[in-house]
Write a protein that binds this ligand. Structure first.
Ligand SMILES: Cc1cc2nc3c(=O)[nH]c(=O)nc-3n(C[C@H](O)[C@H](O)[C@H](O)COP(=O)(O)O)c2cc1C
Length: 366
């Protein structure tokens, strides 16, 4: 019998041949000026098309969201055209790919933004830590709080980006509500201290995310929309006073909208009593993807115990384009080169060997 990880399962509109998901991984390999994916990006995803589903790198939804050079975007027609060969290559190789969409919010730096504008956020509260700029690491700037009209414009930016993802041939979109970016900044009361109907109660703080999700559903249908959340993420000073109440509300609302999946970053090392997955699984009946430091055995256990439907792997997919085959054969894994995670060209990006490359280098008599 095949392992639970290699069994097929439905995810929204799609039927996935296995439960091994490629986690979203920003690798900074796109054109520095126009933020279009370069040809190597097509090769990178095509190499990983045996994943049950590829979730693309976080892709910027507007010109106001600019990270270090090499990040990709999908807010203009040329970017849509440049993504088309990527989705086609994945489909031609038998794969499926969603696009993860995000806005940096307070984690941008003025020096990179048009007109050196201040980054925007729910409230004028800076992230804790430093951001890479052309002049080296700089403290995160104090952002500008968005007005209500401006919030509506950002919701619309996401909607247009979702439409672009569909035009570019993606099978769906993942709304990036995790890791301290703009949506996460709205969700959590450490970064959202608004006193209008986008701040205060959990209902109000979830409004921005849910309006974006509603826009995505209007564009592509609920079965092609997923949401990523990271309740345990706290590295840039983001925090919440009652994560159980917050994410329970989010799960309930996403259930009401019947989206394809909820993608929860909850490392296996989180103590069982602190895990949110069991609670969210009761409230959200669509597919649950778990991510965070999983290996083959812990992922298999999570699926066998019914804690998740799918498991996403990040660094293992960076280093092992054929991770699905390696798991099936219990083959040795390549290790990832961290120095090339966010910088470089083809090296450390599309040159990790496949099993067959390694085997063809061994003497036949061995
Ligand atoms: C190089 C790198 C880039 C990442 N980029 C993204 C991203 O674009 N969007 C996102 O949601 N998470 C991103 N992550 C987090 C991963 O999706 C994943 O949650 C994390 O690596 C933990 O999973 P792992 O232990 O299997 O690597 C990134 C992680 C790494 C190492």
């Amino acid at each position: 019998m095949s392992s639970p990880l290699h069994q097929s399962a439905a995810l929204g509109a799609l039927s996935l041949p296995n439960r091994i998901i490629m986690a979203p991984l920003g690798r900074a390999r796109s054109d520095h000026d126009n933020r279009q994916p370069l040809p190597r990006v097509r090769t990178y995803y095509e190499q990983r098309a045996s994943a049950g589903l590829i979730i693309s790198e976080a892709t910027h939804v507007s010109a106001e969201s600019v990270s270090r050079p090499g990040g990709s975007a999908i807010h203009d027609d040329a970017q849509v055209e440049a993504w088309k060969p990527v989705t086609k290559a994945v489909h031609d190789a038998g794969g499926r790919i969603f696009q993860q969409l995000f806005h940096l919010g307070r984690k941008a730096h003025s020096s990179r933004l048009p007109g050196n504008a201040l980054p925007v956020a729910p409230s004028a509260i800076a992230a804790v830590g430093e951001v890479p700029t052309a002049d080296g690491l700089q403290p995160f700037p104090v952002p500008r709080a968005l007005s209500r009209d401006e919030i509506a414009q950002r919701v619309n930016d996401f909607r247009l980006a979702v439409r672009n993802s569909g035009r570019a041939g993606f099978d769906g979109v993942e709304i990036h509500g995790a890791n301290g970016y703009l949506i996460d900044q709205f969700l959590r009361d450490g970064s959202n201290q608004r006193d209008d109907d986008y701040g205060g109660s959990v209902e109000n703080r979830a409004r921005f995310l849910l309006e974006i999700v509603d826009g995505a559903i209007a564009e592509l249908g609920a079965a092609r929309v997923g949401v990523r959340i990271s309740p345990h993420f706290a590295v840039d000073g983001i925090s919440d006073s009652d994560p159980v109440a917050l994410y329970s509300h989010v799960a309930r609302e996403l259930q009401a909208r019947a989206i394809a999946y909820l993608h929860l970053i909850e490392p296996d090392a989180i103590a069982p009593q602190k895990r949110l997955a069991p609670r969210l699984r009761e409230l959200f009946k669509g597919a649950l993807i778990l991510a965070g430091e999983f290996d083959q055995d812990s992922a298999q256990r999570a699926i066998e115990q019914g804690r998740a439907d799918f498991v996403a792997f990040g660094r293992l997919f960076i280093a092992n384009p054929d991770l699905v085959a390696r798991f099936r054969q219990r083959a040795a894994l390549n290790s990832a080169d961290e120095a090339s995670f966010y910088v470089g060209g083809d090296q450390g990006y599309i040159d990790y060997p496949f099993l067959q490359d390694l085997r063809s280098k061994q003497p036949l008599t061995a």
